[in-house]
Design a protein around this ligand. Structure first.
Ligand code: NAD
Length: 371
């Protein structure tokens, strides 16, 4: 599996000291490494061959142990041919959006991974489920809670699994934060702060409200929403407040927010204050308890290069190929009929929270979160 082993012995000792058995087992054998009897590798078909598929998921599927790239589904047949030669795919495993239903007859393909703009995740998830395939939907799961419900219902009816591309659950740094949240050796994290943004300069689906469902909140802010719930040990915020900042490029951001600040209030009184923007670059997240803190100072939610300091010193854990770990674990869930760590209900929860944040920004009122 795609884990970069730590060559530095002191780092390794630090990692073992810090991360505990679960993470150590994950780092060396994977979450699924013990007692898995079914050794078959499952076939994944990537649907939507844009930047994330080309740059991350395709390469990750070269190092996965429980699944492999068996096919693609694309709106551009010429891309299908390129992928077929690059990944040595069978010609009959290249589908288009129009003939996707034929995948039902293809035993090579077990999982369809939907990697399109968010508004299209529901349609493709439902069609793949009806074709009898397990589905992973990229984040954000959809642009409305109602669509998330339809996706969950379709997968339930078809008796297939539905996962969301929440790769950070498979990252050792974030697992360590979740361990702290669970065991509370820093006390419960009462204060959380986050900032995630990049400078967006040209028109594309990420600022098209119909396709993206919103602006930076849907694309980037979702990581902080998700991370805060992880730091709150899985709790759901009771209420949110939010404020959209004035636009510096109103012509570009004419459909969606450019920058938004928000606060999440959790049942135990803890709070997350955050900002997300398409007007500045940032990727930081900090959580504080009465007995200690963790500070993701760089690349908090990016694929690699996480820099995390804590009140006990710098954290230096092995880098994980998050996408490979996420897909391998999903495959293992299917092979061993267990629930994924990142089910559709988790994607739906985040869309419900984000909908409340947008409502709070639009009304200027504190909005109770209803899941
Ligand atoms: P992209 O624009 O590079 O690719 C989008 C793909 O969808 C393209 O292949 C495009 O042809 C296809 N598509 C189909 N219908 C389309 C339409 N009507 N308009 C535009 N494109 C259409 O985007 P991306 O960065 O690959 O993002 C795809 C999905 O992956 C999004 O949901 C995004 O949030 C998610 N993503 C997740 C991560 C992560 O770390 N989990 C990182 C990047 C992107």
């Amino acid at each position: 599996m795609g884990i970069i082993q730590c060559s530095d012995q002191s780092s390794r000792r630090h990692f073992l000291k810090w991360s505990g058995l679960t993470a150590a087992a994950f780092a060396t054998r994977g979450l699924y490494g013990q007692g898995s009897k079914n050794d078959r590798k499952l076939g994944v078909a990537l649907l939507g061959l844009g930047k994330y598929s080309s740059g991350q998921l395709g390469p990750a599927l070269r190092v996965t142990e429980r699944c492999y790239l068996a096919g693609v589904i694309t709106g551009h047949p010429e891309k299908g041919e390129q992928w077929a030669s690059q990944y040595n795919l069978k010609k009959q495993n290249i589908y288009t959006y129009d003939n996707l239903e034929k995948i039902a007859d293809n035993p090579d393909i077990d999982i369809v991974y939907v990697v399109t703009p968010p508004a299209l995740h529901p349609e493709f998830t439902i069609r793949a489920a009806k074709a009898g395939k397990h589905v992973i939907s990229e984040k954000p799961m959809a642009t409305s809670v109602a669509d998330c419900d339809k996706m969950i219902a379709a997968c339930k009816t078809a008796k297939v699994k539905l996962g969301v591309g929440y790769r950070i659950h498979y990252d050792l740094y974030h697992q360590e934060m979740m361990r702290h949240a669970r065991e509370q050796d820093f006390g419960p994290f009462m204060k959380m702060t986050g900032d995630r943004g990049f400078v967006f300069g040209s028109r594309a689906w990420r600022i098209d409200k119909k396709l993206a469902g919103g602006g930076p909140m849907m694309d980037l802010g979702i990581y902080i929403v998700h991370g805060a719930c992880m730091a709150a040990n899985g709790a759901v915020p009771v209420a949110v407040t939010a404020h959209e900042e004035p636009k510096t490029k109103p012509d570009l951001f004419n459909e969606v927010e450019e920058t938004i600040r928000w606060t999440m209030e959790f049942p135990n009184g803890s709070q997350c204050e955050a900002i997300t923007s398409f007007n500045h670059s940032a990727d930081v997240f900090r959580v504080e308890g009465s007995k200690g803190w963790m500070d993701f100072k760089q690349h908090a939610f990016t694929y690699h290069g996480i820099v995390c300091e804590t009140s006990r010193g710098p954290l230096n854990l092995n880098a994980v190929n998050q996408q490979a770990a996420q897909m391998d674990d999903f495959a293992d869930c299917i092979l061993n009929n267990r629930e994924t760590l990142v089910p559709g209900t988790l994607g739906r929860r985040d869309i419900a929270i984000i909908s409340s944040i947008y409502q709070a920004a639009a009304t200027g009122k504190r909005v109770t979160v209803e899941i």
